[in-house]
Design a protein around this ligand. Structure first.
Ligand SMILES: *Cc1c(COP(=O)(O)O)cnc(C)c1O
Length: 383
């Protein structure tokens, strides 16, 4: 064993001892609902494919057509020769859905946040971030070398106090939050955050990975509140309800022009493959047109929370917090015995002491399965 292998083995033993070691399990998804795993066919409540569009015939057909016409890969960064003709259609679908001047498509949501924040702020600036914001918002904030301050989850008084104390010492400031929190399913109070941003001359960046296609009639979290908050930086991903892959920023044309010049994850990474871009465009057309479909994940999540006696779901995501990794893993195994796939979520994805089951509801889940799962969670997991 080399010193490197010793180092890795020691780290893995340590994770194992704390029930935090993770392993890849081969998971075959051949429709939008079932997953074949360990020789079993399980109904998945752990996919973010909220509208089951990854397997929609129109989406697949669009991908196949693009692959045949433009090939398997983009060939280069979008700024070199990778900007194939399909990007323009995708970006125009995004701008019409999000009601912005412009959109800029990245390789993934993670790449978007890792690029956007450092392109806009630096060492003289402030990033104020919700403590439960997604790991890639944190990564972008740290890459920016800005002064990064976390406010307690959705605590507007705390955010206001931090801005009052620290905003004056910084040149520019970003307030960063998830629109729908990925592990809790609750919504950020975007109108209040927009007011704070205006009052303290800060730019609001909302990561809408779990809002697009699910809330606000499919337009996302900005459109899910009584008032329409000003969100100059609407970021999101094409990998959740859109069913494919890729990330985006919707903003003013001036801002996206700057991002296309300065975001390193945009400039120095290859453009998305044509098939991926065409699939996302087809999926966004479905999201824009099919109002009944986009209403279903939230309806299904609420059917579950009512039946299981949990607080009413605000999005397609429902957490069942069990505290320890051991309890979360045991609950996941118990549900798997009943043919449900509900993956246990452990630190560091969630804070220490809040390991949980995270249930993701999709449009195609059957009422009978939702009811059976609710009964199991109520009687066997929470009892
Ligand atoms: C999944 C997720 C991302 C990352 O998006 P990818 O396109 O999968 O890289 C970013 N933010 C949030 C809140 C997410 O849940």
């Amino acid at each position: 064993m080399t010193a490197l292998d010793h180092f890795a083995a020691q780290k893995l033993r340590d994770l194992e001892a704390r029930q935090l070691r993770r392993r890849l399990i081969e998971s075959a998804r051949t429709d939008g609902i079932y997953v074949a795993r360990n020789g079993r066919r399980l109904i998945s409540f752990s996919c973010n494919d909220y509208l089951n569009l990854s397997h929609h015939p129109k989406v697949k057909e669009a991908a196949i057509g693009a692959l045949e016409r433009y090939g398997a890969g983009a060939g280069a960064s979008r700024l070199v020769t990778g900007n194939h003709p399909l990007f323009a259609a995708l970006e125009s679908r995004l701008t019409s859905l999000k009601q912005t001047d412009a959109a800029c498509v990245f390789g993934s949501g993670y790449l978007a946040n890792a690029g956007i924040i450092p392109a806009l702020v630096g060492k003289d600036d402030l990033v104020l971030i919700d403590e439960l914001a997604h790991a890639c918002l944190w990564a972008g904030a740290r890459l920016a070398r800005a002064n990064v301050l976390a406010f307690r989850h959705n605590d507007m008084a705390h955010a206001a106090a931090l801005l009052a104390e620290f905003r004056p010492q910084h040149a520019n400031a970003i307030i960063a939050t998830d629109g729908v929190f990925s592990m809790d399913g609750d919504l950020a109070p975007l109108p209040a955050l927009a007011t704070l941003a205006r009052r303290h001359d800060a730019w609001l960046l909302v990561d809408d990975a779990h809002g697009l296609g699910v809330i606000g009639d499919g337009r996302g979290s900005r459109f899910a509140h009584d008032e329409l908050p000003e969100v100059p930086l609407q970021m999101g991903t094409l990998s959740k309800a859109v069913g494919g892959y890729g990330g985006y920023l919707c903003a003013s044309r001036t801002v996206t022009d700057l991002i296309e010049n300065r975001a390193r994850s945009f400039v120095y990474s290859t453009g998305l493959p044509p098939a991926t871009v065409a699939a996302a465009t087809a999926a966004l057309d479905i999201i824009a047109d099919d109002h009944d479909l986009v209403a279903k994940p939230l309806r299904n999540a609420r059917r579950f929370t009512a039946a299981a006696g949990l607080p009413e779901a605000q999005s397609a995501i429902v957490p069942v917090v069990l505290r320890t990794a051991e309890r979360a893993l045991a609950a996941s195994r118990r549900l798997e015995d009943e043919d449900f796939l509900v993956v246990a979520i452990r630190p560091p994805t969630v804070p220490e002491g809040t390991a949980r089951l995270r249930l993701a509801f999709t449009a195609a889940h059957a009422d009978a399965d939702i009811d059976r799962l609710a009964e199991l969670v109520h009687d066997r997991v929470l009892a």
